[in-house]
Design a binder for this molecule. Sequence first.
Ligand code: CP
Ligand code: NVA
Length: 313
Amino acid sequence: MIVLKRNLLRLTDLTSEELTRIIDISIDIKKNKEKYSEKLKGKTLLMIFAKPSLRTRVSFETGMTKLGGHAIYYDTSNSPMGKGETIHDTAKCASRYVDIISARLFEHSDIEKLEEHSDVPVINMLTNLTHPCQIVADLMTIKEKKEKLNGLKLAFLGDGNNNVTHSLIYGCSLVGMDISVASPAGEKYSPKPEVINEARKIAKNTGSVIKITTDPEEAAKKADIIATDTWMSYHIPEGKKEKRVKIFKPFQVNKEIMDLANNNAIFMHCLPAYRGFEMTKEIIDGPNSVVFDEAENRMWTEMAIMLFVMKKI
Ligand code: CP
Ligand code: NVA
């Protein structure tokens, strides 16, 4: 009998039911920490990083400690991977030592290769294409604040061709939340068609409506959640900053945008954030911002994700 590994490379690796279960268990872990303190006793997580991180690195490592396990931070600037050793050999060797491999890489195809050759579950800690763990935390945060997911409307303003945006599109489609993405015209800045098409297929079953527009005001109207992300993701060269700031400026989240949303709409950002660019200071530091709850929830949701891939839940 072939026993299938559980991985999380894109949110579409999960069914709607599995995603909902992971979110609900994350909420339970946050409330009943002691219950979970030995669930991964003796287990080890490898965390491969090819890009910078604060939240992902610290929350995964602390989360693994809270589950009774151990995490290894492994920076690719000090690894043979990428300097001649193949992803195949890295995956095969690491699988002999650890119980879960997580990775933050550039190309999504590289994490797919890692998963293909790994004998243990693989968790995506961000690629240029997707950031699934972030969006599980975002959905948990929305559920805590709004007490539901289905039937709400989320508006994302800014970089559409972006890992967080792609995972939000997948996440909303899985939980039946409407999503409107407003980004500058052109394929360079819009969500990838493969992501939109895949999400729309899922949305047929969950009832979520996915709109892609170049009009930030239209997207923000009657939204329950307004979200954005940096205009300068880790993989974007610094030389592109001046041009991108000009292009993205009309998509900044500011008071005028928040005023179009529903009363008590919340503001979300995965962080790191750059005040004065993708949102104004008054919005991220204002009463409707939930960015630090969102950052905290990375840890509880990653604990649930690790339990899920280890088949403990
Ligand atoms: N949101 C997020 O993934 O942050 P880090 O880049 O700090 O890990
Ligand atoms: N889109 C951002 C997310 C950072 C957590 C990036 O890729 O840098």
